[in-house]
Design a protein around this ligand. Structure first.
Ligand code: ADP
Ligand code: MG
Length: 249
């Protein structure tokens, strides 16, 4: 094994954040590979969302480092982190309800080369093709011209994932993406994540164990700001420390 020399896409080391003396994340180290889907589980208040907040720059670390493709993220601003290739989906979808599926995706298309603002932006072939490709991927190809407010809760979640995917992030982070979804929507979401993993890493926070089983390459169990257990689904499920936290003493 050449573990010592191995380059992880994401290497989090000694990450700590205190809120008024309370350590929501406490000396946490986490390594994610390319083409990996990592799922973070753990009881409410374990610090899962805070870890994503720290990685995407929404919350500043008190200590530790977050290296993404060799670049230190802890000193960067949120928009610089997005630019570095990190996409983050929050628990509640932030889509434009009054716009169509097409328009929501179009507005999210990276427009680095254009000197015009959003309104002047030309719908050239490249953009249309990319929007259609993403819509297909997120099961909304037949709803391109549907107003987003008419979509189901699950479809809204997919649309927001699509709005991130169109920016082609190398690291995609999703906070409880299947909350409130039907069983079949959960299955489709697992399918979607398994489809988009090439040349990318995905971190998902989730409670639904069937869903976790369908997507996780490795599982990290958090408890009180720290890692309680890590490994395959089978490994963490049979870890006595995990069993104790989930089933009580
Ligand atoms: P999880 O996502 O695992 O349920 P969170 O990361 O949301 O947990 O929260 C971990 C702990 O940190 C909780 O006790 C929460 O109240 C606290 N916390 C999170 N963000 C903040 C903040 N910005 N200010 C103060 N406390 C916070
Ligand atoms: Mg949370």
């Amino acid at each position: 094994m050449t573990a010592a020399k191995k380059e992880f896409v994401l290497a989090v080391e000694g990450l700590t954040v205190s809120f008024d003396g309370f350590k929501a994340v406490d000396d946490l180290s986490l390594y994610v590979d390319e083409n990996e889907i990592r799922v973070i589980i753990g009881p409410n208040g374990a610090g899962k969302t805070t870890v994503l907040d720290l990685i995407c720059g929404r919350t500043r670390a008190s200590a530790g480092s977050i290296r993404f493709r060799g670049k230190e993220l802890t000193k960067l601003k949120e928009n610089q982190i997005v630019h570095a290739g990190v996409g983050r989906k929050f628990q509640n979808p932030s889509i434009y309800e009054e716009l169509s599926v097409f328009e929501n995706l179009e507005i999210s298309y990276p427009r680095g080369r254009s000197v015009f603002g959003a309104l002047m932006f030309q719908r050239d072939r490249e953009v249309i093709e990319r929007v259609e490709e993403i819509a297909e991927m997120i099961f909304l190809a037949d709803h391109l011209h549907t107003s987003a407010d008419l979509l189901s809760h699950g479809q809204k979640q997919w649309l927001e994932i699509g709005m991130l995917l169109i920016q082609d992030p190398e690291l995609l982070m999703l906070d409880e993406p299947v909350a409130g979804m039907s069983v079949s929507e959960r299955k489709q979401t697992a399918e979607l994540l398994n489809k988009i993993i090439q040349n990318r890493s995905v971190i998902v926070i989730e409670h639904d164990m069937k869903f976790v089983e369908d997507i996780a390459h490795r599982v990290t169990v958090m408890h009180q700001g720290r890692i309680l257990s890590e490994g395959s689904m089978e490994h963490v499920q049979s870890d006595p420390k995990v069993v104790e936290v989930y089933l009580g003493h």
